[in-house]
Design a protein around this ligand. Sequence first.
Ligand code: LFR
Length: 466
Amino acid sequence: MAAVDLGASSGRVMAGTAGPSQLTVEEVRRFPNSGVRAGPALYWDILGLYRETLAGIREAGRLDGVGIDSWAVDYGLLDDRGALLGNPVHYRDSRTEGVPSRVASKVAARELYDVTGLQQLPFNTLYQLVSEGARLEAASTLLLIPDLLNYWLTGSIGAERTNASTTQLYDVRARTWAASLASRVGIPPRLLPPLRDPGTVVGTAAELSGLPVVAVGSHDTASAVVAVPAAPGTNFAYISSGTWSLAGLELPAPELSDAALAANFTNEGGVDGTIRFLRNVMGLWVLSETLRTWSCPEDLPALLTAAAASPALAAVVDIDDPAFLPPGDMPSRLSAACRTTGQRLPSGRAAVVRCIVDSLALAHRRAIRAAARVSGRPVDVIHLVGGGARNELLCQSTADACGVPVLAGPVEAAALGNVLVQARALGEDLPDLAAMRALVRETQEIRRYEPSGTADWAAAEARLHR
Ligand code: LFR
């Protein structure tokens, strides 16, 4: 199978196999995917992504299927002939400034949460669509990024459920589009295409000699959570660590209490009807933007080694502050955040990297503790999956900050989850998530980090409230 995994900094086409005691993924093609600033807006280069995706699939050799997952919330609009209307806009664009409060005057935050279960993020699809204004009149269909690429491959129009659940236009309990809510905020329900479950064969790709295209858990985080190697019966939390840290729990049903709303937890749909009860923590984005500001992205391994030798918790910031959301000069923003809490950003690049990693681990602590408190479920172990599982300092700091062991890996969780759901759709005997996770445990490298208890994380947390 080909697993296409499009992230906010790079896209990859992986070749994967799954069978009894066998699960592999291997990178075939990787391509950069930074946003493109043009005029007043920040866009995705969607046609470039499609071209690279096709090239990668062709390079992968003989295949039984292909599945696409990507970041969530962003979309393309089609006209009534099926042609793309305008270029998809990047969720870090500023066009939704002021929109959430306008929407709140029509639908109260409590009601919005009651229907959709979604956390408040300025870039939720609902807010992006409202910011389009009259342009929506020309549109007949909305397709999220993986659905758009699937449409170009197969001609079939639909909305895969795990990603649809991130739009703030999906009724999390009824498992349908929230059509009347959409109307009330001025979004025509005709835009919302038929829903499809992950594991559905969408069609075949004429351009790829009739290759079957499978709707996987098309939200990358949903695919990553499939590959969390949790053993049956453990009280586990997960952190899918990459550009974002998606930190939370897998629940059988949405948690829509006042406490969940106040803690800004989301109830996104997972594969097989599960709920991903999690919070978006700002993630390694702040680190990668910092390295971009310094023009030294290739220095990351050396800087992390040096950071590990710098004193822990010398300075910490609230990494979830919206100031860190847009692209830009992160070191200056870190300095400013330190000043407002009576701290100084230590000098030297290694110390700045240490401040970012410590602050991220501290945010993991807040999110995991809040998830446990709000859901009433204990957390005895954290599975940290995705690219961040390679970052030893982050894994150890997260274990220290949270006070529970961290099991790190697999790094390629999203691609593995993509392959597992495809394999089942194509006839492999993987009846449920437990069987998929057993296969991940059996075949993938996982490292254990014990909490060391040497630093005072509670005191560091208190510094943020000064
Ligand atoms: C991670 C992710 C998050 C989503 C963010 C924006 O890649 O998909 O789950 O909140 O990107 O789409």
